[in-house]
Design a binder for this molecule. Structure first.
Ligand code: NAD
Length: 321
């Protein structure tokens, strides 16, 4: 069995490799070659932690395994550790023997950023110039950094519930050589692409804050009850997702579905567009919305890619298991 510790991931994994792995596995999911197992998420009654498993099998890439981990809210204060903790375990699909154990913390951030970037590549207008960010926390910086590589963006605009966090976005924009401007929510109508990545439980972005032709990647809503955008916006948009079952239950679409504004059959898999079995954006006026809920297969795909890179560089730790 191979081990790739968390400390090695930053030097091994690139945004490009994460993008390729996620794009490929979304395509495999849509063609029926890969599927996610039901997600387990438990409040374990210790340290206020939420712990769970996200697993799946990709028959095309021969990747089988799971990500185990969750959220320990006291880690930072009590122990100086980050609150999100996860590890990916891969198994040999021919034998069931464990093949790798991989640090999953940075990989989670990279695979989540890759998902919104894949959606931008396939759904945003080619001439998109202004990118809008809603959210300025840990994950927002990863989403923005990756998204800036997808179009020739000339400006970043940002809004955050906690405005004191906006310098996080300004820093990423500055590093990419793109000007940053803080805006109020109605000011988001200037954006051609909007990424939302907050932990909100009520909508910030309303339907009339979004101009025709915009592509939205709603990435923060990954749990029942969370919500970032007005449900009516989904009725105005062509809605895409990683996994329809998650989109309607724990994703942004849960609210539009519950309110009867859209039906499950209105939501397409992004992978179908990648495979060319869905036309995707069909006009410059269309609003497209990607509901990124986060699936286990994304984690497995980036973990498998990082194991290959670690083996290539001779830094994977081999243990007899
Ligand atoms: P974080 O704690 O670093 O940042 C939270 C962000 O939400 C900040 O911008 C904060 O200002 C904002 N926020 C908090 N309360 C708000 C409110 N009431 N209204 C509006 N905004 C509010 O968290 P993070 O690591 O950046 O994660 C952000 C979200 O993304 C979380 O909900 C997380 O579960 C989700 N997430 C999703 C995926 C996925 O695959 N879809 C992956 C990782 C994280």
């Amino acid at each position: 069995m191979l081990i790739v510790p968390e400390r090695e991931i930053a030097d091994l994994m690139t945004r490009e490799a994460a993008f390729d792995a996620v794009e490929k596995v979304f395509a495999a999911m849509a063609s029926g070659d890969a599927y996610n197992f039901p997600v387990i998420r438990e409040a374990i009654g210790h340290e206020d932690a939420l712990y769970g498993f996200k697993g799946g099998f990709d028959r095309a890439g021969l990747t089988l395994g799971l990500k185990a981990g969750g959220y320990w809210p006291n880690n930072l204060e009590k122990r100086g550790l980050i609150n999100h903790q996860s590890t990916v375990f891969l198994f040999d699909p021919d034998t069931g023997k464990p093949s790798a154990m991989v640090g999953g913390n940075l990989l989670t951030a990279l695979r989540t950023a890759a998902a919104s970037s894949v959606s931008i590549k396939h759904l945003a207008r080619k001439d998109a110039k202004v990118i809008g960010m809603i959210g300025a926390g840990h994950q927002a910086t990863f989403q923005l950094r990756a998204a800036l590589e997808q179009r020739a963006f000339e400006k970043v605009i940002g809004w955050n519930y906690h405005p004191e966090m906006l310098p996080n976005l300004a820093k990423v924009a500055e590093e990419a050589g793109v000007p940053f401007e803080a805006v109020d929510l109605p000011g988001m109508d200037e954006a051609d692409v909007i990424i939302s990545i907050t932990s909100a439980f009520s909508p910030s972005l309303m339907a009339d804050h979004v101009s025709p032709g915009t592509h939205l990647a709603c990435m923060g809503t990954d749990t029942k009850g969370k919500q970032e955008v007005e449900a009516g916006l989904l009725a105005r948009a062509s809605v895409f997702t990683d996994e329809v079952a998650q989109s309607i239950s724990i994703g942004e679409a849960q609210h539009a579905i519950a309110e009867g504004l859209i039906r499950e059959s209105d939501i397409a898999q992004l992978g179908a567009m990648i495979n060319g079995t869905h036309p995707g954006r069909t006009s410059d006026d269309q609003i497209t919305l990607y509901d990124g809920t986060g699936v286990g297969l994304q984690d497995l795909a980036v973990a498998a890619a990082v194991v290959d890179l670690a083996v290539e560089r001779g830094i994977a730790i081999e243990v007899d298991f």
